[in-house]
Design a protein around this ligand. Structure first.
Ligand SMILES: O=P(O)(O)OC[C@H]1O[C@@H](O)[C@H](O)[C@@H](O)[C@@H]1O
Length: 302
């Protein structure tokens, strides 16, 4: 069966051997295994901390948590009662069905609507639909956000939100390089003494030191490479991208981070997180990412 379902998890299996696992909790993808031309056996592409709780008691430390409707600490008055990164990553989503099942890919959809728990902290009407698609060498995630307000008032009942895919990519943090971020403006959340935006001067960005950078108006087309491996990331309507790795000093203070976990991943998180996406009543916004295996050694020599 290309799609297996249990009470809390969905497993996607592609006929060519790749696979993915998705929790209803947070719609969190917790595994993506894909081969490349050098390693014919599919292997894990995402990092999930061995200390991550997968029982729905807190957001998963790893995989691909979905961040909505606020990134980081809330900065919009309508999000004031939300916790860091919003409620999508710690809400239980609803299974909606198989979208596609053929040689090209296996695809499933989950949805999230306001529950009483969400309404207690957030009173905007919305409908989220999340489609995860597995191909032989590719994983795509699409988030559709609908403003379900039926208000005809003026000014319109606009839905303002931030959204982001918090990808924990399995990669050696001592040698991974990310490009192309050169010349982009970014907020350096590590350097709190610096006010304003910095300009990226590096052709390939590394995470050898603690990194928490929010790049704005990015090219939506990136490559992560390390000796012997790599992934590309293309996005649509996700104009910003975050690079995060806490390294040892901050990483060892994260309760659900395994010892040395920061050595085994980099977070490359595409989103709309500088300012807010805005949609009028009845309209839908869609943000998409496509993660693809890089088959050949494509390391930039710097
Ligand atoms: O611990 P959390 O809430 O999952 O957040 C992890 C990190 O997520 C990143 O997206 C943020 O830029 C970091 O500042 C943050 O520390």
């Amino acid at each position: 069966m290309p799609v297996e379902q249990s009470a809390d998890k969905i497993i996607l299996k592609h006929p060519k051997g790749s696979s993915a696992e998705l929790l209803l909790y947070g719609a969190t993808v917790i595994s993506w295994k894909a081969a490349d031309k050098l390693h014919l056996e599919p292997f894990e592409r995402l990092f999930v901390s061995s200390k991550a709780l997968l029982d729905g008691s807190k957001p998963v430390r790893g995989g691909i948590p979905v961040v909505f409707p606020c990134f980081g600490a809330p900065s919009h008055p309508e999000h004031a009662r939300l916790s860091q990164h919003g409620f999508a990553r710690n809400s239980v989503w609803t299974w909606d069905g198989i979208v596609m099942d053929n040689e090209a890919g296996v695809s499933v959809r989950l949805t999230l609507e306001p529950t009483s728990g969400i309404q207690a902290v957030y009173n905007k009407p919305f409908h989220l639909s999340y489609v995860v698609t597995l191909a032989e060498h590719q994983l795509s995630t699409d988030l559709h956000v609908k403003n379900t307000s039926t208000s005809t008032d003026f000014p319109p009942d606009v839905l303002e939100f931030q959204a982001l895919f918090h990808n924990y990519i399995r990669a050696p943090s001592s040698s991974v390089l990310i490009h192309s971020l050169e010349n982009l403006k970014y907020i350096d959340k590590i350097d709190s003494s610096f006010q304003g935006l910095k300009t990226e001067t590096r052709a390939g960005v590394d995470v050898k030191t603690a990194t928490d950078s929010v790049y704005e108006d990015a090219p939506q087309n990136y490559e992560l490479t390390w000796p012997g491996g790599g992934l590309s990331l293309r996005t649509t309507h996700l104009k910003d991208v975050v690079v995060w790795n806490p390294q040892a000093e901050a990483g060892s203070k994260i309760g659900d981070m395994e010892e040395g976990g920061w050595e085994r991943y980099v977070c490359l998180e595409p989103g709309h997180v500088r300012g807010f996406a805005k949609i009028e009543p009845g309209r839908t916004w869609m943000g998409q990412q496509v993660l693809s295996v890089i088959h050949e050694e494509r390391r930039m020599h710097l």
